[in-house]
Design a protein around this ligand. Structure first.
Ligand SMILES: [Zn+2]
Length: 62
């Protein structure tokens, strides 16, 4: 099942501009190094997945 990679808001600066590595899989262990393009913060997997969930919920319930 294809995974749609959507940028999630940064907990630090609020910018939804993530830098993801190639072949990034948010469910993978170890978690790929996702960083914020704006402030360079490194996302925890929990943070990223929480943001992803929020984005998906928004898309499904406009
Ligand atoms: Zn940031």
């Amino acid at each position: 099942m294809p995974i749609s990679i959507v940028p999630v808001p940064c907990p630090n600066c609020g910018e939804a501009q993530n830098v993801t590595p190639g072949n990034f899989d948010p469910e993978a262990e170890p978690f790929g190094s996702v960083t914020c393009m704006a402030c360079g913060r490194k996302f925890d997997q929990d943070e990223y997945l929480a943001g992803l969930k929020m984005r998906h919920a928004k898309q499904e319930n406009p």
